[in-house]
Design a binder for this molecule. Structure first.
Ligand code: ZN
Length: 79
């Protein structure tokens, strides 16, 4: 089980395929952002991404959620 976080800052347009993209990270990622929103503790990136999408739908309707290419590659859609 690991704790997952959403970047409060959106990705640069060059680094993402969609506007207003906010990436999901796990603690210890080499690209862990300085400004994050804790999503919770999950047993897989897939579960965490689903929870992050639900959280964003309720709290930040303009956010597009995606997994970090480095710490959550199985749920990253940019590569
Ligand atoms: Zn990451």
């Amino acid at each position: 089980m690991e704790t997952y976080y959403l970047n409060n800052k959106e990705q640069n347009a060059e680094a993402s395929t969609r506007p207003h993209e906010h990436e999901l990270h796990r603690l210890g990622c080499r690209y862990f952002p300085s400004d994050v929103q804790e999503i919770g503790v999950f047993n897989s990136p897939e579960s965490a991404l689903l929870a992050a999408m639900i959280w964003a739908a309720m709290n930040r309707k303009d956010w597009n959620v995606d997994g970090c290419a480095f710490c959550c590659p199985s749920v990253n859609s940019d590569y």
